[in-house]
Design a protein around this ligand. Sequence first.
Ligand code: ACM
Ligand code: ZN
Length: 531
Amino acid sequence: MKKTLSIVLCAAFSLSIAAEVNYQVVPLPQQIDIDASGNYFVLADGMTVSYPADDTQMQRNAQFAEEYLKLSAKPADKKKPADVSLTLGLKSDSPDAYAIIVGKKGITIQGASPSGVFYGIQTLRKSIMNEQGEVRLPYATVSGSPRFGYRGTELDCARHFFPVSFIKKFIDILALHGINRLHWHLTDDQGWRFEVKALPELAKKASVRRNTVIGNNLYVKDPALTLFDDTPETGFYTQEELREVVRYAAERYITIVPEIDLPGHMVAAMSVYPDLGCTGGPYEVWNIWGISDDVLCAGNPKTLEFLKTVYDELCSVFPGELIHIGGDESPRVRWKTCPKCQAKMKELGLKDEAQLQTYINKEMESFLALRGRQIIGWDETLEGGLSDKAAVMSWRGYDGGKAAAKLHHHVVMTPTSHCYFDYYQLKNGKAQPLGIGGYLPLSKVYSMEPVPAELTEEEAKYIMGAQCNLWTEYMLSPDHVEFMLLPRLAAMSEVQWLQPQQKDYEQFLGRLEPLQQIYRKLGYKYCPTHE
Ligand code: ACM
Ligand code: ZN
């Protein structure tokens, strides 16, 4: 009796440690065709993975496969095929498409380009990562292709500074979720984080905030109730560090979209160069949150000179085509009474101050076009008329994005309603770290539809994709950033990858549990309760 029981237990145990994987990861592959034969391939540590010789990107992919799948990389050799073969040549409209073919001879991960192979490796990695003991991969063809080409996440390193080591971890998290753009918010009223070699004082001084308002910023309404800490917030990225981050991101098929926010959100820079403001200052790096009336003077020729110096160096560090010029929350009150701004408006025959902002945008657009770059700005840039080819990031709802798409300008949808990950993810009153306010539960992120129904098929093509945003006024540590990001990023990644008819929230929650197990393995903090 005892012996029988132990055999049964043993069989049950061996079943549990040799479960077959089901390839149902996040983001869900578009198609999972499991072979009816019931056969499976056993993937074991130390097996080989091959890549086309002389292809450095594919070689790097093979190194990722070594690391993630515990394989041994080697150049492809027809006479001695590897257990896992990385190949190119998949036919698809998207360079990010992949197919994983599992059969008798092993596994082939084929991509439409090296990025597709990378996503195939990530899918296989997530499929097997929670398995223990023998890893059985049913014969299958698993294929994926993202709905959108632009799959973004924004990180604000101006309000709080995060070291390069964390930026790399952040990039790894994005790569795990199939995100391919890191929109990096590098400057704001509360801190300047980008080294400009021609202006050495800028980052050195403007990166230092002497203290920071504590607790909920609503207290700022009554200065008597406002409490400040006694801890300076400092830090900027040298160009050498930034180039290293660019390289690290590119290996993971992530392009950085750097943002230097103009003409508003510039108080930190103006604290070093006060004559760039309409009143001449003095200004101090802001230690509270909110919107400053003090913005760059649009009538002072030094402003464009300054911006061109900064953006020239920005282009030398960040090779991506899109350059973010900000444009949000820039009150025009100072411009209304500034003699220089008013004179500039008269000179150019502009009818209002919104057009003055467009004038700066156009100057920056042509300056950057000479460097092969294209500008993108927040939806306020529509107000005075968009410059020729500017793309729009729609954050105050979907309307800005809709209007831009109708004008045949490219759009990234990132409305506060579905994409602001600084908002609380749990209902008011539940224990959670202090945040800026708002409420954006996981289910709401998942429900996002980036393409408004009113757009024609032609207009809809201008919606490049979607993006979630992490504004860090209330995120003082990397752990807190991760907590706000995860698992909402998982929901966002399905918005970005899946076709609408494929989305199913309940089914997603079933796939989220194993993903959260992966978060725990990788040491990523996340919010364990979902609403
Ligand atoms: C923004 O949230 N001010 C773009
Ligand atoms: Zn002015």
